[in-house]
Design a protein around this ligand. Structure first.
Ligand SMILES: Cc1cc2nc3c(=O)[nH]c(=O)nc-3n(C[C@H](O)[C@H](O)[C@H](O)COP(=O)(O)OP(=O)(O)OC[C@H]3O[C@@H](n4cnc5c(N)ncnc54)[C@H](O)[C@@H]3O)c2cc1C
Length: 444
């Protein structure tokens, strides 16, 4: 099957509409971030963006990651990737299009693994943008290796009782529900991969103690309770109904399997949003090269700067093709009735490659702007701080490289001597062509 990332003209028209809409209607709001920080400011922002969300709905582009029966466009991963590339240009755009993390992934998770009750109670309001959610998995003592998570839930009659300590639970302090990864099988001999489950915990449940939103490199002056925070939470004898376990009885022990299903498409969307983000940095890089003169010529005429432009172009193009190829592979698997997780090689590659390209392009854009690049007069410094996290969240680079290397090595086997050992191959060739070579010996 040919690799084909083209889309039909009707969809291209939608992308063109999105490009104009994001640039003309959403970019201007970015500069007012300070005004929107207070509770009144957030309320005002909500009112200002409601008509924008309506325009997105009118275009049939709201919550586009979901299948049509859930109100999405049923676009498939290649088209979604192309849409996320546009949305990634502004941190405000995903929410205005109804597919901001972590709500989009959580709604998708409930659509894949939730019971009918869970879909009605939480997924539908999430899709309608009426409630907010959080995915609460990482702990101070365990992240990249989730088998080490210690937060646990014990069944007590018709309830689960949850105890544990999480952090980096993004958006928890503004969320209505927390989807918490918990250990439900405490048998030390049980496979850790089937010992975890996810439970929906309404944030106002007694025992949910949100200690703080942890200030980060991305947002050092973040105040607890503002959107976009990363909360530290103690779950202290938190009791929720048995029916809150994602998937009900069948969902027990399925936490990791569900997490994989949730994260696969999300990584394509991340990688494409990073391309959208780096497109802005790349534009600034090129614009500056054509504007600034030093030592008698434009920066654009200096070979070192030309190297950055060529390298950034090639890096971004490679990341784009890798990501679209991963998206295409996922669409193909889906068409064959197979699961996205079979594309773990392709997904692993774009996670670490895309994050590096994002970082490097922004870094070069800062460098070419000199002191201006380091100031808050340009968005590059905040983009740079945000970009650093991309190498950590959704699995650090190193973990994805491990996955990629393992998948690649499945196509190889040990060989001693090497398959390309010249003396061995020569001995085989001498044997194989002995008749001809005998002739050669006679003639000579
Ligand atoms: C901005 C941001 C938002 C986040 N949002 C959420 C969220 O909403 N919900 C949530 O649950 N979590 C969230 N996280 C947490 C994130 O998923 C974890 O940080 C990540 O999984 C890594 O876990 P850790 O921080 O505990 O690092 P550790 O597991 O301690 O790993 C530390 C480092 O060790 C190295 N390492 C780890 N494993 C290997 C290996 N196998 N081989 C080689 N080297 C290795 C890597 O360099 C890694 O960076 C977020 C993190 C950030 C930065």
């Amino acid at each position: 099957m040919a690799w084909d990332f083209s889309t039909e003209p009707e969809f291209e028209a939608k992308l063109a509409w999105m490009r104009d809409f994001v640039r003309d209607e959403i970019f201007p709001l970015e500069t007012l971030a300070e005004e929107f920080r207070s509770p009144e400011g957030r309320e005002l922002y909500g009112r200002m963006t409601e008509p924008l969300k309506q325009q997105v709905r009118d275009q049939g582009l709201w919550a586009s990651h979901l299948p049509p029966e859930l109100g999405g466009g049923g676009f498939g991963q290649v088209k979604l990737g192309l849409m996320h590339e546009i949305l990634g240009q502004s941190p405000l755009a995903p929410r205005i299009f109804g597919n901001n993390a972590p709500d989009s992934g959580n709604a998708e998770l409930l659509s894949i693994g939730g019971t009918d009750y869970q879909k009605t109670t939480w997924m539908e309001p999430l899709l309608a943008g009426e409630i907010r959610s959080c995915f609460s998995m990482t702990e101070p003592g365990a992240g990249a290796d989730p088998t080490m998570l210690t937060t646990q839930a014990e069944r007590d009659g018709d309830e689960w009782v949850i105890n544990g300590h999480k952090w980096f639970s993004s958006n928890a302090s503004v969320a209505d529900i927390l989807i918490v990864m918990v250990k439900t099988n405490l048998d030390p001999d049980a496979s850790p991969y089937r010992s975890f489950s996810m439970i929906v915990v309404p944030t106002d449940t007694p025992g949910v103690n949100i200690l703080r939103d942890v200030p980060t490199m991305g947002e050092p002056d973040h105040k607890t309770g503002e959107p976009g925070g990363h909360a530290e939470i103690i779950y202290d004898n938190v009791r929720v109904p048995f029916d809150n376990l994602v998937g009900g009885e069948e969902g027990i022990g399925q936490g990791f399997a569900l997490a994989q299903k949730r994260l696969g498409p999300g990584r394509i969307h991340h990688a494409m949003r990073w391309l959208g983000q780096s497109s802005r940095a790349f534009d600034l890089l090129c614009e500056r090269a054509l504007t600034r003169e030093t030592k008698g010529s434009l920066l654009a005429e200096k070979q070192m700067i030309q190297d950055w432009i060529a390298q950034s172009y090639a890096d971004r193009q490679a990341a784009r093709l890798l990501t679209l190829h991963a998206a295409w592979t996922m669409d193909k698997l889906h068409a064959e009735g197979r699961h996205y997780s079979d594309a773990r090689l392709e997904i692993g590659v774009i996670k670490f490659w895309g994050a590096k390209v994002l970082h490097d392009v922004i870094d070069r854009a800062i460098q070419i702007h000199g002191s201006l690049g380091y100031t808050t007069d340009l968005p590059l410094e905040s983009m740079y701080r945000a970009a650093r996290a991309a190498r950590i969240y959704d699995g650090p680079d190193e973990v994805h490289k491990v996955t990629v290397a393992r998948q690649v090595l499945k196509n190889y086997k040990a060989s001693d001597p090497s398959i390309d050992h010249v003396p061995t191959r020569r001995a085989e060739a001498l044997d194989r062509y002995a008749d001809y070579l005998d002739e050669l010996a006679i003639n000579s």
